[in-house]
Design a protein around this ligand. Sequence first.
Ligand code: MF3
Ligand code: CO
Ligand code: CO
Length: 262
Amino acid sequence: MSIHIKTPDDILKMRVAGRLASEVLDFITPHVKAGITTGELDRLCHDYMVNVQHTIPAPLNYAPPGHSPYPKSICTSINHQVCHGIPGDKVLRNGDIVNLDITVIKDGFHGDTSRMFLVGESSRQAARLCEVTYEAMWRGIRVVRPGAHLGDIGHVIQTFAETSGYSVVREFCGHGIGRNFHEAPQVLHYGRAGTGTKLQAGMVFTIEPMITAGKKAIRQLGDGWTIVTADHSLSAQWEHTVLVTDTGFEVLTTSEGSPPPP
Ligand code: MF3
Ligand code: CO
Ligand code: CO
């Protein structure tokens, strides 16, 4: 599949979609507390997207090949859950770490972003995993510029994660994004510098490393979506949607509540 180069008009729309996705995370942040269920977080986000933002929650009924339609509007992945956790009756508890992954559609274009949340007081190890994963994402973002290669992104993420004592999940990757939720190219979070597709201004893709405190192997639960670490080690993920500009990069999924770059 070929990589869509976004036009200046597409980019205006993707900036809006990206900011709106990030603003859903700002909106939900004060609610991410011990005692709330992931189902309640989903409902709050769904209502905010649909009724306040007038955006479409892209995950709802999303059905890529080989998957049943995704039943909720956001993904909530707790502790050893790597990604695609389905909101439900699960109650957040003190010390949990949880990833909330938001994708909205506005004016035909997608914005996709996720953050980690520490519920109450978490362990030093859990906090460090979240911090290292955040820095890994940003190290990947900072190599984005025309003429760089996709493998440069994977290389810096893998090197930083593994030097920190962690593992990079292989089965899921960043992705081109635009009118489609997932489009070319695949953005691996591991690899070799100087390999892979050369970046051009106007490409838009996500960088969303999944980093585990233990081994890299994962399993899918019987719900057909939730991914967990095979060894039940903690896992963290952060995600931004990134535009390749003439001189470097522009992060599209930012808003007032975005944490500052490391
Ligand atoms: N937001 C996820 C990503 O970053 C995809 C979720 S697909 C869903 O690519 F169906 F689980 F929502
Ligand atoms: Co994504
Ligand atoms: Co996402």
